[in-house]
Write a protein that binds this ligand. Structure first.
Ligand code: G3I
Length: 371
């Protein structure tokens, strides 16, 4: 009799074990839930690219199927001197994506910010043309067939839709934009080429962005998609405005990607009516209301905001190629230090201990009810 009980116990443990293994294997994730809709990406910092943290690495591989390098592929890191390229980290980044069968996005070739100092010294059109040809051709050719899409030009517009003054515009005029897209297409005809910007869901900037892309295409530039960075807030931009933008850009025949999604839960100086935004807000309790933890009421608001945004994305999944969160977890977010240094922000789907937040559950739940 005792023997039978023993075997029964053993059998039930085996069944339980296999159920758990099956449950674990089938554990839902962002990428699996949205696999028939659009890529779900994240931005990797240097340590994540180097696979320094085992827990973060397994979270990234479980949840995401697209990656963007948050910083290391900016020109100051890739092309530190006129005759010097540094591909050490970008090589690691691309290999990371390939071995984990992820969509690899290159950020960014031409951007007025994070330039290597020598680039700011470029004085005339001849020098600038030579720089752009060398810079874009060298970098894009090196990763031909391995980087799936590029932010060819990043943030070339002002808030009113006019072209931002930069070393590129000052030396080449708006021709630099056409040249950038032509050079990238020549170096890798198969890569999807994006124009990327923030606030380009706002009407004036959206109008300027549409006109700019029309001009680039009319001049023979290959523009496959537009990146809406989506550094958003709990209550703005409205779902209607985002929807208008998805429709307006896709009407140009462009893929729409949400390339740097995060949602700040903190007040900013410009939110304060009449605040002198030049005053130093560092250390102000008013500006850093949740230094230790986020109240549940705000977690709920954040979850509802993410749900309404992803509900809209699902409604237009046929127009959307990728949705990338600008970071894996709250602890790495640039929003802890911008626009005020040393704050505690909670803009992403995982907290700084890598635990899924209510916002994560709310994004997954949309798919449960959808199926
Ligand atoms: O690497 C240095 C390090 O050596 C130094 O000790 C440290 C302290 O000064 O700075 C480190 O560089 C910082 C870099 O991030 C890497 O962490 C820069 O100061 C800091 O300005 C830089 O911020 C990045 C910012 O772009 C400017 O490049 C943010 O992490 C990154 O999230 C943010 O991302 C941009 C997108 O590329 C374009 N769209 C807007 C978005 C937010 O600004």
């Amino acid at each position: 009799m005792r023997l039978t009980n023993h075997y029964l116990l053993l059998l039930s443990l085996i069944i339980l074990g296999s159920c758990n293994a099956k449950k674990e294997k089938n554990a839902v994730s962002l990428k699996d839930s949205y696999k028939n809709d659009f890529y779900i990406g994240t931005a990797l910092d240097t340590n994540q690219i180097k696979e320094k943290n085992v827990k973060e690495d397994s979270l990234i591989k479980k949840e995401f199927n697209a990656i963007t390098a948050e910083n290391i592929m900016k020109s100051m890191y890739m092309h530190p001197a006129k005759d010097k390229y540094d591909f050490a980290l970008s090589d690691k980044f691309v290999v990371y994506g390939e071995k984990n069968k992820m969509f690899v996005h290159g950020h960014t070739l031409i951007w007025h910010s994070q330039l290597a100092p020598w680039m700011t010294e470029i004085k005339d059109s001849t020098e600038m043309k030579a720089f752009m040809k060398d810079h874009i051709t060298t970098i894009v050719s090196k990763y031909k067939g391995r980087i799936d899409s590029w932010d060819v030009v990043n943030e070339a517009l002002n808030e009113d839709g006019t072209l931002r003054k930069s070393v590129f515009l000052n030396t080449l005029g708006e021709q630099y934009l056409v040249d950038a897209f032509k050079l990238a297409a020549a170096a890798d005809p198969k890569a999807d080429l994006y124009y990327n910007d923030y606030n380009n869901e706002e009407p004036a900037k959206r109008e300027g962005n549409i006109n700019l892309i029309k001009k680039i295409k009319a001049a023979g530039g290959k523009v496959d998609g537009v990146g809406i960075q989506a550094h958003w807030r709990l209550d703005s931009p409205s779902i209607e405005m985002i929807e208008e933008s998805i429709l307006a850009y896709s009407a140009l025949g462009l893929k729409v990607a949400f390339t740097e999604l995060d949602i700040t839960v903190l007040p900013n100086p410009w939110d304060l009516k009449g605040a002198d935004i030049n005053q130093n807000f560092e250390g102000s309790a008013k500006m850093n209301p949740y230094p230790e933890k986020l109240p549940d009421s705000v977690q709920v608001k954040l979850a509802e905001r993410y749900a309404s945004i992803f509900k809209l994305f699902l409604k237009h999944k046929d127009k959307i190629s990728r949705v990338t969160l600008w970071g894996v977890h709250d602890g790495q977010s640039w929003l802890n230090d911008w626009p005020i240094k040393g704050r505690t922000n909670y803009p992403l789907l995982f907290d700084k201990e890598l635990k899924p937040k209510k916002a994560y559950q709310s994004v997954l739940k949309l798919k449960e009810t959808k199926e």
